[in-house]
Design a protein around this ligand. Structure first.
Ligand code: ATP
Ligand code: MG
Ligand code: MG
Ligand code: MG
Length: 339
């Protein structure tokens, strides 16, 4: 019997378009002799689109409006063996959709409510990982109300970290809303941008030297494995949205040119983080490696990483001998696994 899979894509976050790109790749790769796949695109307003509108959105790469309230569709989701929530950012990668599917009793690919929500929030992630003994940059939290009522307190907190620093919405991805702040006079603009997208904002110190950016994939549930380590090289101030998604702007090196001992440290720290955050299925764990000092700092954990055929996560496992379609098949298998 073929497994019936519901593939969710799009969604309300700033990563709507990225999700649709990933979904097109996954749709093309799930072997049709094993799976019956129904895609459903969620509009930017959070409504679930019927088949023809879904098809149109997959082709155009965007769905601004249209569709039904989510609850109408979950009722019909009963007919599925598993859901692949290929959604990035808030209202998709953050435990909300995972909660809905858990309530509905439908297995799904990736982390559950706890792992998704804690990993989505960069502050929560840092707190949990600090208690697991994982090295990270120095950081501070600010919430929107503080920024509105006592902006000087927020500015002072930033100054404690020194400049340049990074300002980020705590719950987002694809570098949306992130600024590298070189001087104090750039701080307010960066905070206004980030608070426009999230109630919680994280301020992060930079390492003294420009770090190398290395990433590793994790695959599995309670016995996860790590992929080879990859590195991103690009010519930009930081790995921003444009650099991420403009063809040819960033180059992936797989495996990363690292001493084997460093690569082993990356894999070990990523596995520790995956377990500490109660992740499941998959995650891409991003690090900063400071060559001059040998320091390895965990940046973040992405529980639903970019998933086009040319994205880092599938490429990392391809280097480990798992093709893209074997990988998605394995992920569905992990969703159905008893835990
Ligand atoms: P993703 O698309 O991987 O989910 P994201 O939106 O969650 O990304 P981050 O990975 O936290 O964002 O940051 C984006 C980029 O900004 C990093 O890849 C790096 O280039 C730069 N960056 C972020 N924080 C720091 C930092 N503390 N020090 C140096 N560079 C940083
Ligand atoms: Mg991220
Ligand atoms: Mg992400
Ligand atoms: Mg990242």
């Amino acid at each position: 019997m073929k497994k019936r899979i519901l593939l969710l894509a799009g969604g309300q976050s700033g990563e709507h378009e990225v999700s649709l790109m990933s979904a097109r790749s996954v749709l093309g790769a799930l072997p049709r002799d094993q799976f019956d796949v129904t895609p459903v695109v969620i509009s930017k307003q959070g409504r679930w689109l019927p088949p023809t509108e879904t098809q149109r959105a997959l082709e155009s790469g965007e769905a601004a409006t249209g569709g039904d309230l989510v609850l109408h569709r979950v009722a019909s989701a009963e007919g599925y063996d598993a859901v692949f929530p290929l959604l990035h950012g808030p209202m998709g990668e953050d435990g909300t959709v995972q909660g809905l599917l858990t309530l509905a009793g439908i297995p799904f690919v990736g982390s559950g409510v706890l792992g998704s929500s804690v990993s989505m929030d960069k502050v929560m992630t840092k707190q949990v990982l600090a208690s697991a003994g994982i090295a990270q940059v120095e950081w501070r939290l600010a919430v929107r109300r503080e920024w509105q009522q006592t902006p000087d307190a927020v500015r002072a907190r930033a100054a404690e970290l020194g400049f340049p620093l990074f300002v980020k919405p705590a719950n987002l991805g694809s570098s949306v809303g992130i600024s590298k702040v070189g001087t104090p006079d750039e701080l307010d603009g960066a905070l206004n941008l980030a608070f426009g997208l999230d109630r919680r904002v994280i301020l992060e110190a930079m390492t003294s030297h420009k770090p190398r950016e290395v990433e590793v994939g994790i695959l599995g549930n309670d016995a996860p494995i790590a992929s080879p380590v990859g590195e991103l090289r690009f010519d930009a101030e930081f790995y921003d949205y444009e650099t991420k998604y403009t063809e040819g702007r960033a180059i992936m090196h797989i495996p990363a040119l690292l001493p084997p001992e460093v690569a082993a440290r990356v894999q070990a720290a990523a596995l520790t983080a995956f377990r500490a955050l109660d992740c499941a299925g998959l995650a891409r764990v991003d690090f900063f490696y400071v060559e001059e000092t040998g320091e390895l700092l965990l940046n973040e954990v992405n529980t639903m990483p970019g998933f086009t055929t040319t994205s880092m996560y599938p490429k990392l496992f391809e280097a480990a001998g798992l093709s893209y379609s074997e990988l998605v098949t394995r992920l569905v298998g992990l969703a159905l696994e008893e835990r």
